[in-house]
Design a protein around this ligand. Sequence first.
Ligand code: ATP
Ligand code: MG
Length: 568
Amino acid sequence: MDDELKRIIRGIALLNASEHNGKTRNDSIISKVIGTKLELRSRIKDVIPLISQAVADVNKLSIESQREELESNYAELLIVKPKQERTGLPPLEGAEQGNVITRFPPEPNGYPHIGHAKASIIDEEYAKMYGGKLILRFDDTNPEKERLEYYAAIKVGLDWLDVKYDLIKNTSDDMEIIHRKGKELIDLGHAYVCTCNKETISKNRREMISCKCRAGNLDQNNTRWNKMFDKFKPGEAIVRFRGDMSSENTVMRDPTLFRIIDESHPIHKDKYRVWPNYDFAVAVEDSIDGITHAFRTKEYELRTELYYTLLDKLNMRKPRMLEFSRLEFEGMPVSKRVLKPLVEEGKVSGFDDPRLPTLEGLRRKGIVPEAIRKFVLSLGFTKSDTLPPFETLESFNRKIIDPTSVRLFIVFDPVKLTVINNNLTEIEISNHPQNEMGKRRVTIDGNFYISGNDAKPLKIGDEVRLLELYNIKVTKIGPEMEGEITGTGYKSEIPKIQWVSRKNPVNIEVLISNVLFINDQFNENSLEVKQAITEQYYLELNVGSQIQFVRFGYCRKDSANQAIYTHK
Ligand code: ATP
Ligand code: MG
């Protein structure tokens, strides 16, 4: 083992030296060495002396001998690997090239949000990384909650994110299999039908006590199982796993596997009434779908024991289940439990309200899908619970939209300004300072609006530059200001302000969103609506266009009279 390790270390030292003028250093190669074998992590103390020795030996050699040794003994290190785009995702344990199947299993009970983006992007990236497949599986076994509208919204969201799946299916389409597996578990003695009431069941779970039903024989269970399909009423009987009522892990204390729900399912209508709960459906589906790696958020960690145990008892193939942290932003919760009431009580305008972390909300706000992907991958496969700042997503977004955002002028709290000796009738302004995005013509007659904020500090005699036009000297202040052209030359010391021609101004509203919750309280000022005046050219832009309002920030055109503030 140590000989092989020494060989590996020497190879890495040689390669590093040959890439750095014949000299290598401990700290340049430690992480590469450790990276070759996981178990080295716990043996760093033993490894470091070997590294120091190899570094000293290799540094004594000439570059030529280093190259020579590399070529004859370490040809494998010299193969240049095709450059893979850094995704921030670590290798998947147990993953084989060509044999990875991941799945994204949303429940169609709400609109997709930033958390779903994280899960689906990671699912897709891993499938891609290993030349595998991604299955989109609607986990729709809760007929009370599912709606067709949500199946559709999730598909729209994934399309927008450009998450491509290889197969789409519904868990509910496998109900016959799921029932069969449930029956099998009963026949094997690993599950029983419990007719105790809810309170008794909870109490027994807490107190780690088994009930009489648990001791029931196979006949009793089979009769009761059959009765669940017709005679029993909802709540009168459930199927429970024969787990371990004294387990430290409360999930294992005979959890529910099936219950009766008499609600019409959006796809299957009244065809089924015995529905599996989440744990049973996910385990069976992941196994039969051929999933090799299943991911879910950390709060499910305790359920993983049940997941593996169920598959064991059913003698079914076990995928690897891995957990990552939930993604959400400070003051911007993603949970349906919180978002639904906000929509229902009219506190936000809908699931596409730009204050919400839903994909629709982010889209309307002007966040683009490429930025979401980069952001998610930059976080990696993290388990840590720290909330990333929303600004991180914004900075990815800014880099992407900046090159294609039209520069326009916008004015708030307009003040009239007349340039008494204006001599222009029309000018051309570039839509982007560097990129070829065309020019727009603006009609001028000397009558402008400027922003109240820019007007306020001006005194008679002050000089300012009207961007793209000329410098003026203020000759009159007040609500109807006047000025006089002093020249066109650039002067670094005077303020430079934007303006809108009074000839054809366009009135718009700019929506500015702030955090929804401050210390868990709904922020009544989470949406600011600002009246503004912008250029005629605004009307020519398509809805959805990204704009950079000069000296204000990036906005997305939401309609002819509304823009939504994206970020600085
Ligand atoms: P919700 O609180 O919105 O009901 P959920 O976990 O029930 O969340 P599902 O539609 O069942 O939502 O989730 C589908 C997949 O997306 C699951 O694999 C889940 O782990 C993952 N997921 C959901 N929310 C997040 C999140 N905030 N961050 C990361 N992944 C998430
Ligand atoms: Mg759910």
